[in-house]
Ligand binder design. Structure first.
Ligand code: NAP
Length: 247
């Protein structure tokens, strides 16, 4: 029998956690849509790595914060390849500041990309998955959406919002066998955390019982499990990958 190839879209897959997740899903046998917004050459490198490892996929550039574009791109995927089997909402930005110095445009951008972007992609993917009566949606939130963090109130609001959103959607979609789960990474070594000073990194490490930063692969391996049939009875869950930083 000619079995349909499993399809996965990973947003923000040009770097960091998204790149590691795209690679892992390709190793798991998914045809992976590698999303990015500005960094096409980095996304191309990720696709080259996927193909070098014997996997398959294609580039799929769009800004997750533009709902019309999100709908258009996901419909295009469905028309040309069929419904998505997995969506990983990983695209994110951090614009840190104390509340009293927070600029409106920074608050808007953070909510637009980190929260509304994930909502737009989830909505577009859910339509296809509900029709197919199958699918797994994985949200990359953050430990600070659970614990809070001084200087990251906008980012924490977006990431906490993503948790509430996902639990509601998990309830809406469960009867159609579409699962929605949330990963809350702690501090993971990527471009996002490379911007921290040595003093900031040392202060953070003192709050991590395991005493080290995590790697993008630590998050990718959980995403891989949540995208697979091995997690078929798991939905609406928030799972930390944080070295014990928040329990
Ligand atoms: P990163 O290295 O900064 O990469 C961010 C990715 O998001 C890039 O691929 C970027 O694409 C993409 N992106 C940004 N805005 C986008 C938009 N509007 N539309 C589409 N793609 C967009 O980040 P990371 O550290 O891997 O983090 C990935 C996710 O994990 C984020 O949601 C982040 O909040 C979360 N997280 C990270 C950590 C950590 O310690 N690193 C901890 C907790 C949670 P371009 O390359 O094209 O710009």
């Amino acid at each position: 029998m000619n079995q349909k190839k499993k399809l996965a879209l990973v947003t923000g897959a040009s770097r960091g956690i998204g790149a590691a997740t795209a690679l892992q899903l390709a190793r798991d046998g998914f045809y992976v849509f590698v999303n990015f917004t500005s960094n096409a050459s980095k996304a191309r490198e990720v696709l080259d790595q996927i193909q070098a490892a014997g996997g398959q996929g294609e580039l799929c550039g769009f800004n997750v914060a533009q709902p019309d574009l999100v709908d258009e791109k996901l419909e295009l995927i469905a028309k040309s390849h069929g419904p998505l089997d997995a969506l990983v909402n990983n695209a994110g930005v951090t614009i840190d500041s104390l509340l009293i110095r927070m600029k409106n445009e920074d608050l808007d951008r953070t909510l637009d990309v980190d929260l509304k972007g994930a909502i737009y992609c989830t909505r577009a993917a859910a339509k296809q998955m509900m029709r197919a009566r199958s699918g797994s949606i994985i949200q990359i939130s953050s430990v600070v959406g659970e614990s809070g963090n001084a200087g990251q109130s906008a980012y924490s609001a977006a990431k906490a919002g993503l948790i509430g959103f996902s639990k509601s959607v998990a309830k809406e979609l469960a009867s159609r066998h579409v699962r929605v789960n949330v990963i809350t990474p702690g501090f993971i070594g990527t471009d996002m955390t490379a911007a921290l000073t040595e003093a900031q990194k040392e202060a953070i490490l003192r709050t991590v019982p395991m005493g080290t930063f995590g790697s993008a692969d630590d998050v990718a391996s959980l995403a891989s499990f949540l995208a697979s049939e091995a997690s078929r009875y798991i939905t609406g869950q928030v799972i930390g990958v944080n070295g014990g930083m928040y329990m």
